[in-house]
Design a protein around this ligand. Structure first.
Ligand SMILES: C[S@@+](CC[C@H](N)C(=O)[O-])C[C@H]1O[C@@H](n2cnc3c(N)ncnc32)[C@H](O)[C@@H]1O
Length: 357
């Protein structure tokens, strides 16, 4: 019937009070604007304006149309602003997204595997430590509490995640952390700023892990250390074994690859650190083995971390026709089965520590 350009036109004429000024603002000739106005009136079958003493006045129905147009334009601007905000704040290709469910999953994940990955996350007193890609602060709260004599700077590209992290550390009264919005590919810090760098579950999501490692190496002081923790989905196995469960895990690997990441990056930590030029590289596998004698890991890791992560990609995997909905549900059911009596679940994280030359 009518188009967005007609709505924009009516709002501009109302706000600016004349056809001439509206035409100038919209970069139209006055005759083009009059033509659009006529088009609109004929498509609606009503008069929007009438002229009195050479001045434009809304007809009653025209006024109603104008008010409705303003409401529509406000909504259009809101969605434009929202799209811009998301584009500037967050990685569009980030496979897990930034939902409340994902925030909770990151907390469950960090908490459930803290003993495996953080027993040795300790640095000397007085160190200034950069946590790269801190997200909602799930690791921050553990490492900052464990190293009260160190100062932490948590950085992430997502402003929303940083606000959640900041609130969390305030609630926990952790006074040794501050948060900044930064892009890891172009950090604003000077060369040789930090004594140590820490990052966890970040490289698996990025297109060029090497670029980020080089940038982190730049801001690290000579002889400072980098600590990198990543998972590797290829290390997953379970009892009972199930083809359907293996297929949903593979769907996640494929989706992550499509968005430029690598869900099997754990095994590549050593070559990546070596290629960046780090010295004294030590990568240690941290295997999480779960059976029903470990109920905290059954719920915290098998169900709330790993299975929840796979559930999180279900709509995308189905939409991309990687699997049918039934096949996906079967895979999830079989993953959940490994958490029931007699089942076992195994996953290996990799922790790399290396020194800047
Ligand atoms: C899976 S989350 C991990 C968060 C946290 N390290 C943890 O273990 O809970 C990955 C984080 O890396 C961040 N990230 C990815 N690429 C980034 C970049 N180029 N610059 C800054 N942050 C980035 C994402 O915004 C996200 O918060």
């Amino acid at each position: 019937m009518f188009e967005l350009r007609h709505i924009i036109l009516i709002e501009a004429v109302d706000r600016l009070g004349s056809l001439k000024r509206a035409a100038q603002e919209l970069h139209l000739t006055q005759s083009a604007l009059s033509h659009q106005l006529k088009q609109l009136e004929s498509s609606l079958g009503i008069k929007i304006f009438h002229r009195v003493n050479n001045q434009l006045h809304f007809t009653p129905l025209g006024k109603e149309f104008c008010e409705a147009s303003k409401g529509i334009l406000e909504k259009v601007h809101q969605i434009e602003d929202r799209v811009e905000e998301v584009k500037s704040n967050e990685m569009e290709s980030y496979i897990h997204g930034y939902s409340e469910i994902e925030t909770q999953r990151l907390y469950d994940q960090a908490h459930s595997i803290a003993d495996f990955i953080h027993w040795d996350s300790r640095w000397e007193e007085g160190s200034l430590i950069l946590e790269a890609g801190c997200g909602v602060g799930a690791q921050t709260k553990i490492i900052a509490a464990q190293n009260p004599q160190c100062e932490f700077v948590g950085v992430d590209i997502s402003q929303k995640s940083l606000e959640i992290a900041d609130q969390l550390t305030q609630d926990l009264k952790l006074g040794n952390v501050k948060f900044l919005k930064e892009d890891l590919t172009h950090l604003s810090f000077e060369d040789n700023t930090f004594d140590h760098v820490f990052l966890c579950f970040v490289l698996e999501h990025v297109k060029s892990p090497l670029t980020i490692l080089q940038e982190l190496n730049r801001v690290l002081k000579p002889h400072g250390t980098i600590t990198v923790i990543e998972g590797d989905h290829g290390s997953t196995y379970s009892y009972p074994d199930s083809k359907a469960a293996r297929e949903v895990v593979q769907a996640q690997v494929t989706l992550q690859e499509k968005s430029g990441g690598n869900a099997n990056i754990g095994r590549a930590l050593y070559p990546l650190l070596k290629k960046t030029g780090f010295a004294d590289i030590n990568v240690s596998p941290r295997q999480v083995y779960v059976d029903d004698s470990k109920p905290a890991l059954v719920s915290g890791f098998t169900l709330n971390t790993f299975t929840a992560m796979i559930k999180g990609i279900s709509s995308e995997a189905i939409a991309q026709k990687m699997m049918s909905e039934d096949a996906f549900q079967e895979g999830i059911k079989d993953l959940e089965r490994t958490a029931a009596g007699g089942g076992t679940f195994c996953y290996t994280f990799f922790k790399g520590i290396a020194v800047k030359r």
